[in-house]
Design a protein around this ligand. Structure first.
Ligand code: NAP
Length: 303
């Protein structure tokens, strides 16, 4: 028997076991099953988290089957986060602002959609006592995760400078924030000149990378930011979780900046979903260890 097979632990499933999971396509690389199942085991509660490969055309049938199968809830990942919206009975204000749902809870005959990316992004900052109210924050990227990050930042009272390769996406996000009633707290910029960068970073206390630049398998890449303008009051947060320390974070650390890795956000957004489904706060240290172990296994297999 190979060591890989021997290392599998079979959860004790019985009639009363409650099922949660993730709908994605593909879904086999998701770290969420390891993260949630480790927390269920640590708390010794009768739940199991299952990955479901749901093709785009099957999403409606799959999501409506939650009732039929007695499934408590699911996470949604690519490509379902926006497509699921028409199938839900209720959507939280945060998910509506972000325009995407990553957590569904089947409760009292209704399907409730939430987005825990914003709270998952912000919780690690709170844990470190980092306040963003009244602060200027530079956000790189204007895609799906940037929406969650920017809405959370402006909700918490930050001013945001948004830098994106395609300036139109950044403009769209800034407009969405203004239309949601937060005012013109987001300024946008496509390509920016070095002297502008220096000015922006000098006035900022947080830089957030929401682009995939530097993500496995392109670990040597780094977003185009001027490292010489980094200062010791600047915190640098990279949403990428593989590798755990990106080149951006390493360079920032070497320049005396405090850094935050995307693994923290991954665990926090999962913890918020876990709490919604079970009513319990999970052991986030156990979840983080499971994610790190999953990343090590994934990288050693070259996947
Ligand atoms: P997305 O919706 O595809 O958005 C990607 C953004 O990055 C876009 O604004 C895109 O710019 C920009 N971008 C892409 N490639 C670029 C390049 N080569 N140079 C400059 N800009 C580039 O992706 P997403 O869902 O937001 O995810 C982005 C990253 O966040 C991924 O690495 C993902 O793993 C990570 N993430 C982490 C967590 C977590 O829990 N830690 C959660 C969500 C996402 P254009 O508009 O010009 O195309």
């Amino acid at each position: 028997m190979s060591s890989e097979i021997m290392s599998y632990s079979v959860p004790f499933v019985r009639g009363s076991t409650r099922v949660v999971g993730v709908f994605g396509y593909p879904v086999e690389h998701s770290l969420s099953p390891a993260m949630h199942n480790a927390a269920f085991a640590a708390l010794q509660i009768p739940y199991i988290y299952v990955p479901f490969p749901v093709a785009p055309q099957a999403l409606g049938t799959a999501i409506r089957s939650l009732y039929a199968l007695g499934i408590v809830g699911v996470n949604l990942t690519i490509p379902h986060k926006e497509a699921v919206l028409p199938f839900l009975d209720e959507i939280t204000p945060e998910a509506r602002e972000i325009g995407a749902v990553n957590t569904v809870h089947a409760i009292e005959g209704r399907l409730l959609g939430d987005n825990t990316d914003g709270v998952g992004f912000y919780a690690p900052l709170q844990e470190l006592g980092i306040r963003v109210a009244g602060q200027q924050v530079v956000v790189l990227g204007a895609g799906g995760s940037a929406r969650a990050v920017v809405f959370r930042l402006v909700r918490e009272g930050a001013r945001v400078l948004l830098v994106n390769r395609n300036p139109e996406s950044a403009e769209r996000l800034a407009r969405a924030v203004a239309e949601a009633g937060y005012g013109d707290v987001v300024r946008t910029q496509g390509r920016i000149a070095p002297e502008e960068w220096a000015e922006w970073l000098a006035g900022s206390t947080l830089l957030v990378n929401t682009t995939p630049v530097g993500m496995h398998p392109h670990e040597d890449a780094m977003p185009a930011v001027p490292l010489e303008a980094f200062h010791s009051d600047l915190r640098v947060y990279d949403l990428i979780y593989n590798p755990v320390e990106t080149v951006l974070l390493r360079e920032a650390r070497l320049r005396g900046c405090r850094t935050l890795a995307g693994v923290k956000m991954l665990v926090s957004q999962g913890a918020a979903a876990f709490q919604r489904w079970t009513g319990l706060w999970p052991p986030t240290d156990v979840m983080e260890s499971a994610v790190l172990e999953g990343l090590r296994a994934r990288n050693s297999q070259g996947t």
